[in-house]
Ligand binder design. Structure first.
Ligand code: PXP
Length: 240
């Protein structure tokens, strides 16, 4: 199972002072040297964390499976087609939100989503769509030509432990629906050391994308140790 480390918040820290450090490119190299299988970066319309140059430099300087998170806009599709990441993940994006607030409503999306998926998939990019664990949404992704879904784990990760079992059941059903629809299944949002295990234990799950917790934890133990512990917990959950 792949661990894709989202390095957006290395850039958040850098931008707090407007200087050059910490450098997201150096962070990406360190992640890859310490057991990450890929790097995720979300280039937002407002460029609040990573900027165009950060993404382009990671592409050019870091051998990795780059997962480019993006809104389905003409600007981002053009950027992705030039960037040629191994994978992209289409997310909903609102200017005022603190972070991505939920899955994309694929059933109500306009025709541009289908066009975006087909142009990027046609360019050899593995296209995922970030959705809630809902069979109708997942099946709609397959109909639009996506190759993967990333299931939104935010509600599960934020819930108190006692409230998690039904949310996990929903995610497990979503993972099965993805597999039944012929899609690769990924998961992400809000995951931490204590919540990754049950997600990693789902046999259909092929990738988790984790950012904020790992960058936060690195304040205390360093990025390599935070990643190693995440890897250890993923492997444990998968019996590896
Ligand atoms: N997956 C998607 C689609 C996201 O939008 C985000 C946040 O940018 C993540 C995963 C990672 O979430 P977190 O930073 O909470 O680990």
């Amino acid at each position: 199972m792949r661990l894709s480390v989202n390095i957006d918040h290395v850039a958040t820290l850098r931008n707090a002072r407007g200087g050059h450090f910490p450098c997201p490119v150096e962070a990406a190299k360190l992640c890859m040297a310490t057991g990450a299988d890929g790097i995720t970066m979300h280039l937002r319309e407002d460029r609040r964390h990573v900027r165009d140059q950060d993404v382009l430099r990671v592409r050019a300087e870091v051998p990795t499976r780059l997962n480019f998170e993006m809104a389905a806009t003409a600007e981002m599709v053009a950027f992705a087609l030039a960037l040629k990441p191994e994978a992209c993940c289409i997310v909903p994006e609102k200017r005022q939100e603190l972070t991505t607030e939920g899955g994309l409503d694929v059933l109500r999306a306009g025709p541009f989503l289908a066009e975006a998926i087909s142009r990027m998939a046609g360019a050899g990019i593995e296209v995922a769509v970030f959705v809630e664990a809902d069979a109708a949404q997942i099946e709609a992704c397959a109909r639009l030509g996506a190759q993967a879904v990333e299931l939104h784990t935010g509600a599960y990760a934020d819930a108190l432990p006692a409230a998690r079992p039904p949310l996990l059941q929903r995610l497990a059903a979503g993972a099965r629906a993805a597999r039944a629809a012929g899609l690769h299944c990924h998961a992400g949002h809000g995951l931490a050391h204590d919540t990754v295990g049950p997600i990693a234990a789902m046999p259909e799950m092929e990738e988790v994308s984790i950012g904020h917790f790992l960058i936060s934890q690195s304040v205390f133990v360093g990025l390599p140790e935070a990643i190693r512990e995440m890897r250890r917990r993923i492997n444990l959950a998968r019996g590896e």
